[in-house]
Design a protein around this ligand. Structure first.
Ligand code: CO8
Length: 259
């Protein structure tokens, strides 16, 4: 178990908790801990949804600049692959994921939130991709996931300027999905995903894979991914349970088994 990334499960919801005060700077240990936690969240049957949380004051202020500063080009060629692999592991958790954002979500911190399905932010949160101010560009998915989420022009504005975006603006441009008082962020994130506990896990998984993989390809290929996922779902027990319940009773509230 990593010291700087904890993984705890309660009531069917896994929480990946960053524990590197004061700013949860994402050093190599944190990056490796995130990859391990993503793997555990993926494999555990008792986990239906995942929250990524940095604590009550700050989500994460980016990669560890002090650790990166002495690195050479070849050091970074090697390390950047591991960093991207960690964030891809988070993005590929086949269950609903939500980032619970307090305080700063900057650089790789913002990119970590972008790797989740949803983002709940504190009303005083600040999000940004300030890498240009260090003479860098985003390196953990920011140029790709941010552009896909909020559109290329808004992403370019954030990335070219490096400015911090308030929670209010983030909500307006679709960078976050919900804004709540700081003290309520974790509870709001739990509320957002607890509806999936006891749900049709493989239908949700199939839908997530179809949406995420489909966004990476042309429409025709995306529709084919959807069609294959749709047909495959017919092999699940929950498909039988859900349709039988509809026919014999009414829509909704089917007693799914998660298989
Ligand atoms: N890395 C390392 N240390 C940090 C970081 C960071 N990203 N952010 C803050 N700290 C440290 C500060 O140096 C300070 O340390 P100390 O107490 O030893 O001096 C401590 O945290 C507290 O920070 P501040 O005193 O600066 O606190 P403020 O409240 O004044 O400011 C800010 C908070 C606004 C968050 C400010 O610290 C800041 O701007 N931080 C840097 C933000 C940033 O530039 N993030 C992007 C980093 S680059 C990146 O993420 C690239 C991703 C791809 C990398 C690929 C790698 C493989």
């Amino acid at each position: 178990m990593s010291k700087v990334v904890q993984f705890e499960v309660e009531g069917g919801i896994g929480t990946i908790r960053l524990e590197r005060p004061p700013m949860n700077a994402l050093n190599f240990d944190v990056q490796d801990g995130l990859a391990a936690a993503a793997n555990e969240a993926t494999m555990r049957k008792d986990v239906s949804a995942v929250i990524i949380y940095g604590g009550e004051k700050v989500f994460a202020a980016g990669a560890d600049v002090k650790e990166m500063q002495p690195m050479s080009y070849t050091d970074m060629v090697d390390r950047s692959a591991a960093l991207q692999a960690a964030f891809i592991a988070i993005a590929r958790i086949p269950k609903p994921t939500v980032a619970a954002i307090t305080g700063y979500a900057l650089g790789a911190g913002c990119e970590l939130a972008l790797a989740c399905d949803f983002r709940v932010a504190a009303d005083n949160a600040k999000l940004g991709q300030p890498e240009v101010s260090l003479g860098l560009i985003p390196g953990a998915g920011g140029t790709q996931r941010l552009s896909r989420l909020i559109g290329p022009a808004r992403a370019k504005d954030m990335i070219f300027t490096g400015r911090f975006v308030s929670a209010e603006e983030a909500l307006a441009i679709g960078l976050v999905d919900e804004v709540v008082p700081e003290a309520e962020v974790y509870a709001a994130a739990r509320r957002r995903v607890e509806r999936y506990v006891g749900g049709p896990a493989y239908a949700i998984r199939g839908a997530k894979e179809a949406i995420d993989r489909g966004l990476e390809v042309d429409l025709d290929t995306g529709l084919e991914i959807e069609r294959m996922q749709f047909a495959a779902i017919f092999a699940t027990r929950d498909r039988e349970i859900g349709m039988k319940h509809f026919v014999e009773h009414a829509p909704g509230k089917a007693p799914f088994e998660g298989c």
